[in-house]
Design a protein around this ligand. Structure first.
Ligand code: SF4
Ligand code: SF4
Length: 327
């Protein structure tokens, strides 16, 4: 178990997460694998303050093609309904475009998570069109609708660059045409919860349209999980205990049926399998110990989810997942 999880387990102010789940059903996955999230590496052009995977330009972990091939084989066999490609900046993996093309051949819903800023770099300028040609759903992170707040988290000039890229995506039809979906992710820039998703979406839509003429489909609000750089920030600022207490006090049983770990797996660059991206960040692999290579050619089996106290991040208030609120 990582030091971060040891720290969370040692907190006296909160009960163990697993004890809060009164129905056994929610400690297990469903019978069907619905979503495969493929994390193609930790290399990123940015190094955001609250990155839970601690990605950055100096990271060398990159998913090789043989791991991607095993992921695709499992997706094909299990007929997953969604392939969700993430990173780091997934675009920086040398086999990224190949993975997208192959994913689109076997699955009608392929998501790419992008920080947008990467798409302004010369080497990646062609990718917005590539996304549109393949009808990939683009999920972009835009930590706030104002430059000051976003640049503080992501770095100087990142907001302005992101806006230019969204304009380009809009020109291609993203956010406007039915089959070109552009969703945005908001997560708080500190030790507080995201506002109600519906209200925040309205606010984002209104501000971005008024100030920049930008449109998009939906906003996903995500609660910061106490992992990676965010956990370091909580500790350094003396907020870890109070943040965890806030999460625990806001525990909402209505979020349990929609926990993303019940329907998905998250695959690391080296083929190790996790229940979700947060468990990947915490290096808490699936309890079966399977790798993606072990899953090829085998029937999918329901499994117990590896739960720990960072899971409070998914069950507070309106709930949180890679697709936003879960309640
Ligand atoms: S939060 Fe996203 S864009 Fe920022 S460093 Fe992490 S992976 Fe890169
Ligand atoms: S952190 Fe992962 S394992 Fe824990 S509740 Fe959230 S999705 Fe499930």
């Amino acid at each position: 178990m990582s030091q971060a999880l040891e720290d969370l387990r040692g907190l006296k102010c909160i009960p163990d997460f697993e004890d809060r789940i009164t129905s056994e059903e929610y400690k297990y996955t469903t019978d069907k694998l619905d979503v495969m999230q493929i994390n193609v590496g930790r290399l990123c052009n940015l190094a955001c303050k609250h990155c839970h995977v601690e990605a950055g330009p100096g990271r060398t972990e990159i998913m090789p093609r043989k791991v991607m091939e095993a992921c695709l084989a499992v997706c094909r066999e299990q007929q997953v309904s969604t392939i969700d490609i993430t990173g780091g900046a997934p675009e920086m993996n040398p086999d990224f475009e190949w993975l997208v093309e192959e994913s689109c051949k076997i699955c009608s819903h392929v998501i790419v998570r992008t920080n947008l800023v990467i798409l302004k770099e010369e080497k990646y300028r062609h990718l917005p069109k590539f996304y549109a040609d393949h009808k990939v759903e683009v999920v972009c992170s835009l930590p706030y609708y104002r430059a000051k707040e976003m640049n503080r988290v992501r770095g100087d000039g990142t907001f302005e660059t992101a806006i230019e890229v969204i304009r380009e995506l809009n020109k291609l039809g993203y956010g406007k045409e039915e089959d070109l979906v552009l969703n945005m992710v908001y997560n708080p820039a500190g030790a507080f919860f995201p506002p109600a998703q519906d209200a925040m979406e309205k606010e984002y839509k209104m501000k971005l349209w008024k100030d920049y003429g930008i449109v998009f489909n939906s906003l996903f609000t995500i609660t910061n999980n106490p992992m990676g750089r965010f956990e370091t920030f909580l500790k350094r600022s003396g907020n870890l205990e109070s943040y965890m207490k806030k999460l625990s006090d806001a525990f909402n049983t209505a979020t349990l049926p929609g926990l993303m770990c019940r329907f998905q797996i998250s695959v690391r660059y080296d083929g190790k399998v996790y229940d979700c991206d947060f468990n990947q960040a915490a290096d808490l692999p699936v309890l079966t110990g399977e790798t993606i290579f072990d899953m090829v050619g085998k029937p999918y089996k329901k499994r117990k989810i590896c739960l720990a106290n960072h899971c409070y991040g998914c069950t507070a208030g309106q709930g949180s997942s890679c697709g936003g609120a879960t309640e």
